[in-house]
Ligand binder design. Structure first.
Ligand code: GDP
Ligand code: GDP
Length: 465
């Protein structure tokens, strides 16, 4: 499971600076969801071999009335849901009562917490830090987020427990023991035949399906509909945790694990208060899924939140099926308007099937399975080196790469570098310097030639002389 790191601290200590360093994205997911404050940001971070979700919890101003009341309920929730808390203070400003208030709150939580003294550039770091020992911490880290100093050291330390579990599937020689992911299979360097068999087993594994969408789009209604269907066999599921619940089920001989972000199974009945929508749970579900089913509400305009969730799923490389829900009882004019808005705003995910459904009445729900299966098959399909090289060659013959620094770029061969999402590794000289337009051309060429519905494809370029 991908770890979640929360950045906590009073305003102005450097949380956003660190957030931006870690995520390197301009378009972080901003939680402008009902009930959540606007300044909270979520992003996916990659550092060395670590992948994690970062939350900038926004400024908690502990100076007023007791930090408990000031820490917005959702900020608290973010801390609860995080695996690691980075408590940031300002090394230039020194210790403030607000810091002490926050520290007191964090002490009452049993979370691995790291104290980070930021802005130690150009000052005597050790004496600046001395004061902060009063916060009663075991370990303190010095950082200058703005100069990228101390960031990697801290993160290596904070994420170490999670890296261990990643390595658990390797034996003492570092060989992969459990080949239960495409990455493992690729790394294992198997013979063509053994790899084929390993992929086959993989394709027969249950499809992990996350049903996501913003509040009130109909996730619980759809989940209930699916689980209540006669043809679906639902298995016993593990007990309640703070995480999403995994519901194993089978339909028409295909096994699935439904990752329930709507908290449906925790409610005794549909009329019980709906659990708070959790962005973190949604992002974790996306990370852990093979296929994401994004639900959009036909009765609302496509919103920034819909697009943020979609963007996150795409960045994570997940296969995607889109369901436009509440399609019942709409007149034709409205239907046409919704369709043209979808064309306009979702044109960039033309590989994803779009279904028009009514979770309430069950209309169209049965067909979702076909697209989910198709997306999963596309995402995990084995594509041979010879096929990928042949397609690359055709693309090159149809349209020569441009000159780079007066030299002709030559694409040499291609092979698969991963699945779910499929990654094509293209080798050639100067390929890293190809202009974006040619890279996009190549990408579209692969997409068309491979006819893969439901999954994004990635191309990695590797220069060789
Ligand atoms: P936030 O409110 O906690 O998110 O703080 P910001 O990231 O917005 O930073 C507040 C101010 O501190 C900005 O002017 C930053 O440029 C500055 N800042 C952040 N990190 C550093 C650092 O490492 N060194 C110095 N000198 N300034 C920093
Ligand atoms: P969630 O927050 O995404 O889990 O959304 P819910 O499943 O709780 O649904 C929110 C509201 O939309 C409820 O009042 C549902 O009855 C209603 N709803 C869900 N699906 C449909 C549908 O297909 N058609 C109509 N008309 N209403 C629906």
């Amino acid at each position: 499971m991908i770890p979640v790191v929360a950045l906590v601290g009073r305003p102005n200590v450097g949380k956003s600076t660190l957030f931006n360093r870690l995520t390197r994205t301009r378009d972080a997911l901003v939680a402008d969801f009902p009930g959540l404050t606007r300044d909270r940001k979520y992003g996916k971070a990659e550092l060395e071999e670590h992948e994690f979700i970062v939350i900038d919890t926004g400024g908690i101003d502990g100076t007023e009335e007791g930090v408990e009341t000031k820490m917005a309920e959702q900020s608290l929730a973010a801390i609860e849901e995080a695996d690691v808390v980075l408590f940031m203070v300002d090394g230039r400003a020194g210790l403030t009562p607000a810091d002490e208030g926050i520290a007191k709150h964090l002490r009452s939580r049993e979370k691995p917490t790291f104290l980070v003294v930021n802005k130690v550039d150009g000052i005597d770091a050790d004496s600046a830090c001395a004061d902060f020992w009063k916060l009663g911490v075991d370990e303190m880290f010095q950082m200058a987020a703005a100069q990228n100093r101390g960031v990697t050291a801290l993160m290596e330390r904070a994420l170490a427990p999670f890296a261990e579990s990643l390595k658990a599937s390797e034996d003492e020689d570092g060989d992969i023991v459990e080949l239960d992911s495409v990455e493992d299979i690729e790394k294992a360097n198997l013979s063509e035949e053994d790899a084929e068999a390993a992929y086959k087993r993989l394709q027969e594994q249950p499809i992990k399906l996350a049903i996501i969408g913003r509040p009130n789009v109909g996730k619980s209604t759809l989940t209930n509909r699916i689980l209540g269907e006669e043809r679906v066999v639902v298995y016993d599921m593990p007990g309640t945790t703070r995480d999403s619940i995994y519901i194993p089920m089978e339909r028409d001989g295909q096994e699935y694990v439904l990752i329930d972000t709507a908290g449906i199974r925790r409610r005794k009945n549909m009329h019980q208060a709906v659990e708070k929508f959790s962005v973190i749970q949604t992002l974790k579900a996306v990370e852990d899924a093979n296929v994401v089913l994004l639900i959009i509400d036909a009765r609302e305009n496509i919103s920034d939140q819909d697009l943020s969730l979609l963007g996150y799923a795409l960045n994570a490389g997940r296969s995607l099926v889109i369901a436009v829900n509440k399609w019942d009882g709409l007149d034709n004019e409205v239907k046409e308007r919704v369709k043209s808005e979808l064309d306009r705003r979702l044109g960039f995910v033309d590989f994803a099937r779009i279904h028009f459904i009514s979770a309430l009445h069950g209309t169209g729900v049965g067909h979702l399975y076909e697209s989910v299966q198709e997306a999963y098959q596309s995402a995990t399909k084995r594509i041979s080196t010879s096929m990928l090289t042949r397609i690359m060659q055709m693309a090159q013959d149809d349209h020569q790469p441009p000159m780079v620094r007066g030299r002709r770029v030559k694409l040499k061969y291609a092979h698969a570098g991963g699945y779910n999402p499929p990654i094509v590794v293209v080798h050639g000289n100067l390929v890293n310097e190809l202009p974006g337009s040619y890279k996009r051309y190549l990408m579209n060429y692969y997409r068309k030639s491979l006819e893969m519905m439901g999954t994004p494809i990635r191309i990695h370029f590797q220069s060789s002389e």
